[in-house]
Design a protein around this ligand. Structure first.
Ligand code: ZN
Ligand code: ZN
Ligand code: FE
Length: 762
């Protein structure tokens, strides 16, 4: 066949090729090359039929890969020649309408941060969208948060009430235009608008006036409730103490860190140390909050993140954010941007709700009239050895699926309790929900239930089985049990799910089990005890607990989580160390409480056995005098981590006796150091070094016994970078293959993936 012979190719492309401007790209390329045929979105990617001279067709295929639009990620291109006589060819190239066939699904794109082209137009006085807060195009803008139903067409989004003006419609219809089929396309003439109110029932300002009023309020130190992409934020000047303290007081948030936003990378770098990986994440289209080490002289109020060496920064991701943060004399270079809600409730999304419920938190309001359909919190990541380690996987990431190493049956996995997410599976996809939150109240449960129904519909998943945590008290467990008359339940042990989530995201097939190290605060064990310092030999089908932290009898169980000094007292008791006043947790405990506690421990009444690694961190934090009571989860451990003196190489030694890891020698050494006046940063370092060495030593024993060489690290304790760095270094020095989380969080936000794969494979 010569290069000029005519041929027809059927081309199938998989990967992220929908909602990213791929069809117009194909259309334009094919038209430029003079090819005939068509392109359409199918349930598994993009289908193309193209006819023309062989040489041109081959050039076309090469350029499909080389010149694909920025948001596209091509996994595979297959090309099959077909018989031109049998093809419905017309002398044009067309974009065919795609329809979701019954039972098939079309993926939905997460929200995408404003692109460079739109950003340029936003600040270009000659552009018709100059300073328009809702500018977007095929390559950027809201997606998941505005989609009511599939297919992703404007009538199925919250943009439906806005009728495009002729100019916008012309862009939308023109395949050569950047806004071809950009569903949220809008302009100041036809699109949504912003609205400012200084009090809930007060008069409104619109457009640029609204924006400037909001900026003035922020500059004056007021708290602004501002509607974003997935919900409301509460914003205030982050460089001054007074607004930050006022926001803390109103939110009832004593010292849990607030997230920050700055106009650009250069500004963030004035406040924090930013490396290459951080920079890539900050500027990525997902625009997560990135935890960055703060510069000692950073002019950020210390009340933004008390006792923390890190600040959580994000860059603007909507045009409105860019306008709101535009640098100017007297305008703060960084804003607190925290979720608009009361502590544990879901983030507020509607104007009405904001005016009613946030009026006690905010002084002024910046609203808009594009509705938020799916609530979605900001994502949080940090970097670990040059790549992302997710802390909260939500806006920008959800509902992109995690690719599985094998096909699974359809499962609903309801997750755990804190930082809940749920997961739906079909084929080789695991669709994780956005961050739902702590399932401790009715509002959060409602949000959970609504999202389950919505994502089931969207991804055409009809679960055959419901996977849930073994903990009988979790609201997620009770939700699953309520479905028991219709669907089989699949209870899964908490730490098995943690390890399976880490295996699945790394594409491990599970043919060989791994050594799973699951360290966290709380997880229900198969014996009814609270686990959390666990070594498992696990694959997807089974999990064997081969070593764990020795059980501590903990009075009050969950109640002790808020009071690390009680955990320390329990550990002293268990270790046979008397409660003497020179030890900080003893001095902190009221005398009456000590008497009650002693009686409880002596009789073993109201005492829950726990092997939790999180509680051991709490105890050491309290003994070192760092933190006796906490205001947010893991605060004592986090503050201990922040103190670690990196120059110290000594380590406390655990007792290793078969499958039981004895922390008593560690506690005795900590107490001796405290009495010897050893400073907390040294104690913190010796403790972190000791835990890491213990992990290595136990893994070495397990390798000897089983021949297994792969170690998966999971559980919330592995958000501790000081620990993770040490553990990974020691394990790699011992030539283990080590897996750390890269796609889902090590904390309970990743649990649903592990549950889904275990139940999906069974
Ligand atoms: Zn754009
Ligand atoms: Zn318009
Ligand atoms: Fe956990």
């Amino acid at each position: 066949m010569s290069d000029n012979d005519l041929a027809c190719y059927r081309i199938h492309i998989t990967g992220i090729v929908q909602g990213v401007g791929f069809r117009p790209f194909v259309y334009n390329l094919a038209t430029r090359l003079g090819l005939w045929g068509w392109v359409l979105n199918s349930s598994s990617g993009v289908e193309i039929e193209a006819a023309g001279p062989v040489a041109v067709l081959n050039d076309f295929v090469r350029r499909l890969r080389d010149e694909a639009p920025p948001l596209a990620r091509i996994e595979n291109i297959t090309v099959a020649p077909c018989d031109p006589a049998a093809c419905d060819l017309r002398p044009v190239f067309r974009i065919l309408h795609s329809e979701a066939r019954p039972g098939e699904f079309l993926p939905i794109s997460p929200d995408v941060a404003i692109c460079d082209d739109c950003l340029r137009e936003l600040f270009d006085p000659r552009d018709r969208r100059y300073r328009y807060p809702f500018i977007n195009c095929t390559n950027c803008g809201p997606r998941f948060t505005i989609i009511r139903d599939i297919p992703y067409d404007r009538p199925n989004t919250t943009m439906a009430p806005f009728v495009m003006c002729p100019e916008c419609q012309a862009e939308y219809d023109d395949p050569a235009n950047r806004r071809f089929h950009a569903q949220p396309n809008a302009c100041p003439v036809c699109g949504p608008r912003i609205e400012f109110r200084s009090r809930p029932e007060g008069p409104s300002l619109y457009g640029e006036e609204a924006l400037q009023a909001a900026r003035r309020a922020l500059a004056e130190g007021l708290v602004l409730a501002v509607k974003g992409l997935g919900g409301f934020h509460l914003a205030c000047d982050a460089t001054r103490d007074e607004p930050v303290l006022r926001l803390r007081e109103r939110k009832g948030r004593v010292d849990k860190p607030f997230a920050l936003m700055a106009f650009d990378l250069a500004t963030v770098e004035r406040f924090c140390f930013v490396d290459e990986a951080d920079r890539a994440l900050l500027t990525s289209r997902q625009r997560p909050i990135v935890l960055l080490r703060r510069r000692p002289d950073a002019p950020i109020s210390p009340h933004v993140a008390p006792n923390n060496r890190y600040l959580g920064f994000m860059l603007p991701y909507t045009p409105l954010h860019y306008l709101l943060l535009e640098p100017a004399d007297g305008f703060p270079p960084a804003l607190v941007m925290t979720s608009g809600n009361y502590s544990e409730e879901p983030i507020v999304t509607t104007n009405e709700e904001a005016l009613a419920r946030l009026s006690a938190l905010a002084d002024v309001f910046l609203l808009h009239n594009r509705d938020i359909h799916a609530r979605c919190d900001d994502s949080v990541v940090r970097t670990f050895s040059g790549a992302a380690l997710p802390i909260r996987r939500s806006r920008g990431y959800a509902p992109d699926p995690v690719r599985l190493p094998f096909p699974v049956r359809q499962v609903l996995a309801v997750g755990a309790e804190l930082k809940n997410t749920f997961c739906l599976t079909r084929d080789r996809y695991a669709f994780l929900s956005q961050h739902i939150g702590d399932m401790e109240n009715y509002e959060t449960l409602r949000f959970f239930e609504d999202m389950v129904e919505q994502l089931k519909r969207t991804f055409r998943v009809e679960p055959e089985v419901v996977a849930h945590d073994m903990h009988p008290g979790y609201l997620s467990t009770r939700y699953a049990q309520a479905l028991a008359d219709r669907l089989p339940l699949f209870p899964i042990q908490h730490h098995h799910a943690h390890i399976a989530s880490c295996m699945a995201e790394h594409g491990l097939t599970g043919e060989r089990p791994v050594i799973g190290v699951a360290f966290d605060g709380t997880g229900y064990g198969t014996d009814g005890a609270i686990w959390g310092g666990e070594f498992l030999i696990a694959d997807y089908g089974s999990s064997q607990r081969v070593a764990h932290l020795r059980y501590l009898p903990l009075p009050g169980g969950d109640a002790a989580i808020r009071r690390p000094y009680r955990v320390a007292l329990a550990y002293l008791w268990a270790t046979g160390l008397p409660w003497e006043e020179d030890l900080p947790p003893v001095a902190h405990a009221p005398a009456v409480e000590r008497i009650v506690l002693e009686r409880q421990l002596a009789r073993g009444v109201g005492v829950v056995p726990t092997s939790s690694m999180g509680r051991l961190f709490d105890a050491v934090s309290a003994l070192a005098g760092v933190r006796q009571e906490v205001n947010y989860e893991a605060q004592a451990a986090i503050e201990l981590e922040m103190l670690v003196d990196e120059g110290i190489e000594e380590a406390y030694a655990f007792g290793l006796d078969g499958g039981e890891i004895d922390p008593a020698p560690v506690l005795r050494a900590v107490v001796a150091d405290v009495r010897a006046g050893i400073p907390a940063p040294v104690i913190a370092a010796k403790f972190h070094n000791g835990v890491a060495a213990m992990v290595r030593d136990v893994c070495l024993q397990l390798r000897l016994a089983t021949g297994l060489n792969e170690v998966a690290l999971s559980g919330g304790v592995f958000q501790n970078m000081a620990l993770l760095r040490r553990v990974v270094r020691l394990l790699e020095e011992a030539e283990f293959a080590v897996y750390v989380h890269r796609a889902v969080p090590p904390n309970d936000g990743g649990i649903s993936l592990g549950q889904a794969v275990i139940a999906g494979r069974a």
